[in-house]
Design a protein around this ligand. Structure first.
Ligand code: OOB
Length: 563
């Protein structure tokens, strides 16, 4: 086992294998299995490019060997920071085939986040686009290779690269002998009990934590998610949110669709017009959307100009869906709605297509595996009465037993008997066993599914010379659900603006979506009985303000953008 990874207890692992949950198949091997069954079916589409399963198998085999030739070996970690392009899928499966662990980084991450994650994961490689959304990743990678000593190789998806970096298209241009490839890959077959992928947590404290997902557990979860949603060879799944995110990668996502013989359409556009265009063109059947995008689609006035009748299921997840919005999906869009609650750490709950409306509109359904164990507990960790609200604890065949190389943090994040303390508040409906999201205990902001870690931003704000103390809280937003509002006290009475603060924060080179969208300068922080800043009071304060302002014309009507 790689150092820093906490496996499941041995007896449980054996039980999961015995019960058929863990099939002992590496993720890359599963792709090859499907390619053997459906060689000529289309697996991937990006704009006008169509890739069949056999092409995907061959491309990923070849790339895997190319990576080995460049010194990337089993158990090495490689940062993958690509948008939804074909090279993402090629690199992802190529790494999986040789036991190299891709570390999934969001495209908006900048120097601060990448430096931290590369250092923590001791990454040897870094995969980037050359240019994406006008940002020069070549330069970023150059800097990262200078500051993080473990990074030896940079691989670039695109046409340009700096000296010393490798273009993926060049890696794919070399001709290999089929037998040689097979022989090399056979020697590198990964152990399915080992971590296959490193995901990142939205985090509760500080910078993101690393989540090791094994071949066995990730394959199981992706398949269960696909099975529950009726994914099959006729499914056309739109990968619209970043593929580096667990939801688009495996719930059922890219993997849950490919492993059941379906077709995955890649896109990076999220506006409703383009969404409708691609649904019509590709006859999309399944589409995952965060609630903010569902609302945009429902309110899109030109929807009837497009034929989107192919759409069978909209899968909502990432943040809470308002039941009033949920009710509108079927009558207005014509497709079924499935709600899902997921987390990179593991547990996935989903409603089912044939659930009654009451369950579909108000709950996130039930965990996808019969072996998932969940508890709803009070502040002391004792189970609450059925139907009462409490924090969700979970463990099971695809929920991690510990963050990677984080022993101190793990002590607080898990119970002694291996339950993960989710930090999410839930109510369990006793009759149906369905879960209702009631809120959150952990200190983060959920901006339309994108997670902002409060402590991380507060620490940066505190380094501003004018700021004395700072607290970041969620403010309600009609589209995004939540946005970040920063409360500060100043060292001196002077002018301080949001623009000034954000300029300072951007100099710290963090992802843009984390920037506060409102600044409140106050004289004094409200305190709890133990003298800590009372975020409860601040949240109530900003909620009241936003409510009052929304009554005034011309206030609170800015357009929200999903970044
Ligand atoms: C998904 O994964 P993460 O790791 O980005 O974020 C997990 C957190 C949860 O702990 C919860 O706070 C929130 O996101 N969340 C929801 C939710 N789904 C996730 N909060 C309310 N309602 C929901 N339906 O976000 C994720 C991973 C896989 C599938 C779907 C979402």
């Amino acid at each position: 086992m790689i150092e820093g990874f906490i496996p499941w207890p041995k007896d449980l692992s054996e039980e999961y294998v015995f019960n058929g949950y863990w099939r002992n198949i590496p993720l890359g091997q599963e792709l090859d299995n499907i390619a053997e069954i459906f060689p000529s079916r289309v697996a991937l589409v990006l704009n006008e490019e169509k890739i069949t399963y056999s092409q995907l198998k061959e491309t990923t085999d070849q790339l895997a060997v190319s990576f080995i030739e460049r010194g990337i070996r089993s158990t090495d970690r490689v940062i993958v920071q690509l948008p939804n392009i074909l090279e993402f899928v090629y690199c992802y499966f190529a790494f999986l085939k040789i036991g190299v662990i891709p570390v999934m980084c969001m495209p908006p991450f900048r120097k601060t986040e990448i430096e931290h994650i590369a250092t923590k994961s001791m990454a040897k490689g870094y995969v980037i686009p050359d240019l994406h959304r006008k940002f020069n990743f070549l330069e970023l990678a150059q800097e990262i290779s200078e500051t993080v000593s473990s990074i030896e190789k940079v691989f670039v998806a695109g046409h340009d690269c700096y000296d010393g970096q490798f273009l993926i298209k060049d890696l794919l241009a070399k001709e290999y002998n089929r037998e040689e490839i097979e022989a090399t890959l056979k020697k590198c077959r990964p152990d399915p009990f080992e971590p296959a992928v490193f995901l990142l947590s939205g985090g509760t404290t500080g910078l993101p934590k690393i989540i090791p997902r094994t071949h066995n557990d990730y394959l199981y979860m992706a398949n269960m998610a696909g099975l529950n949603l009726g994914v099959n060879k006729d499914t056309v799944y739109l990968a619209i949110a970043p593929l580096v995110h667990n939801m688009t990668l495996a719930c059922p996502g890219l993997m849950g669709t490919l492993f059941r013989g379906g077709k995955v359409i890649l896109t990076t556009v999220t506006d409703s017009e383009n969404l409708c265009k691609v649904i019509e063109k590709e006859k999309i059947t399944h589409i995952p959307l965060v609630p903010a995008l569902i609302l945009n689609l429902l309110n899109f006035d030109k929807r009837d100009d497009y034929d989107i009748s192919s759409l069978q299921v909209i899968i909502s997840g990432g943040s809470k869906l308002n039941p009033e919005v949920a009710k509108r999906v079927k009558p207005e869009v014509g497709s079924d709605l499935v709600q899902q609650f997921g987390m990179a750490e593991g547990l996935l709950a989903q409603t089912q297509i044939d659930d009654v409306d009451e369950i579909k509109f108000n709950t996130v359904g039930r965990p996808v595996s019969p072996a998932d164990q969940i508890k709803i507990v009070d502040d002391e960790g004792n189970e609450v009465q059925p139907g009462e609200t409490g924090e969700l604890y979970c463990r099971g065949p695809y929920t991690i037993r510990g963050y990677y190389a984080a022993p101190e943090h793990n002590k607080n994040a898990f119970t002694k008997d291996g339950f993960y303390k989710s930090g999410d508040m839930f109510k369990l409906v006793p009759q149906s066993g369905c879960l209702i999201v009631e809120g959150r205990k952990k200190d983060l902001i959920n901006r339309g599914g994108e997670k902002i870690n409060c402590e991380e931003i507060e620490n940066l704000v505190l380094s501003h010379p004018k700021v004395d103390n700072a607290a970041l809280v969620a403010m309600p937003d009609p589209v995004m659900g939540e946005k970040a509002c920063i409360y500060v006290t100043l060292k001196q009475k002077e002018e301080f603006t949001l623009a000034e603060l954000n300029e300072f924060l951007l100099e710290k080179r963090i992802a843009k979506f984390k920037l506060p969208e409102r600044l409140e300068v106050i004289e004094q922080f409200p305190l709890t009985t133990v003298g800590k800043i009372s975020k409860k009071h601040l949240r109530r304060n900003i909620e009241d303000k936003v409510r009052e302002e929304s009554k005034e014309p011309n206030k609170g009507c800015e357009k929200s953008e999903v970044i």
